[in-house]
Design a protein around this ligand. Structure first.
Ligand SMILES: [Zn+2]
Length: 287
């Protein structure tokens, strides 16, 4: 099944596919193992920093190799690409989905580039995600409440979103309605589900993604899925699990030097997080 077919199935059956960021091979292994154990489709994704670190072709090859080895669908998404060039690199490397994040451009420029990305990507049967309102925060752990970071952004206006989606031709829309990036020790992540509802009403044939899937309470994520979210991005909680798992393994085994004996603990920690997310998103058993 193609990315588009999976998104369609998710919308029809009211579940979301987890889009999990990879920063190294261990993260990749953990996500794949979680998808296998939960019998779930999965999206592997890479931000510009992660793409530069892993290299686009390597990410696609790993996804294809694991997909064949375990017989599960692994879609590959270019996450928050910031220029036409980055999008073209992803298309050429064989990604299935391209997220062009033009939210830092003025709307006219965002639209112009998004149109070009859509044209090129659709020629190859790829799916394109667009964004107009910068989703604040970044994939790290913040001390305190999310409210301050949320207040730095502007919530998506459904009318403006409709105009952008219709003139750009994007397939997926990344809205900002309180879904800040990052994990906040003081909580305070509250989704404005009324905004999502209005968006879904005005754009019935568009797929909606939920960025900042780390740290949002599970029940809110599930409500958002009921209202039309079909793709949930998760990064920070994965980074956190990796770091903590690695730290523990290093502390417990100070004389161990074989990395393949040190890293399994980090992989296990990530796998637990991803398995839980898959359950929350309702994609378990969907293969
Ligand atoms: Zn994001």
């Amino acid at each position: 099944m193609t990315a588009r077919e999976w998104l369609e199935k998710a919308r029809r059956e009211k579940f979301a596919i987890g889009a999990f960021n990879v920063g190294n091979l261990e993260t990749f292994k953990a996500i794949v193992q979680a998808a296998v154990s939960q019998k779930s489709p999965v999206i592997i994704e890479s931000s510009p920093g992660e793409t530069a670190w892993m290299e686009a072709e390597n990410i696609v090859d790993l996804a294809r190799n694991y997909s064949e080895e375990y017989g599960i669908p692994i879609l590959v998404n270019l996450d928050h690409a910031e220029s036409l060039e980055q999008c073209i690199e992803g298309i050429k490397a064989g990604y299935d989905l391209i997220h062009f994040d033009g939210s830092k451009f003025i709307l006219e420029d965002n639209l112009e580039i998004a149109k070009k990305v859509v044209e090129l990507a659709h020629q190859g049967g790829l799916v394109v995600e667009g964004e107009i309102d910068h989703i604040t925060g970044s994939s790290e752990v913040y001390t305190g409440s999310a409210q301050g970071e949320i207040a730095k952004g502007k919530f998506t206006d459904p009318n403006q979103a409709k105009e952008f989606v219709q003139s750009s031709g994007v397939d997926i829309f990344a809205a900002f309605f309180g879904n800040v990036h990052g994990v906040f020790t003081g909580g305070g992540e509250n989704l404005r589900l009324d905004i999502l509802e209005k968006l879904a009403e005005s754009l019935p044939s568009i797929y909606f993604s939920l960025h900042g899937g780390s740290g949002i309470p599970d029940d809110q994520v599930q409500e958002a899925i009921k209202k039309g979210i079909v793709k949930v991005n998760v990064n920070t909680e994965i980074r956190q699990a990796f770091k903590e798992g690695l730290q523990e393994a290093l502390d417990e085994n100070p004389n161990e030097y074989a990395m393949y004996k040190i890293l399994p603990e980090a992989i296990e920690e990530i796998q637990k997080i991803v398995e839980h997310k898959i359950e929350v998103f309702g994609s378990a058993g969907k293969l």
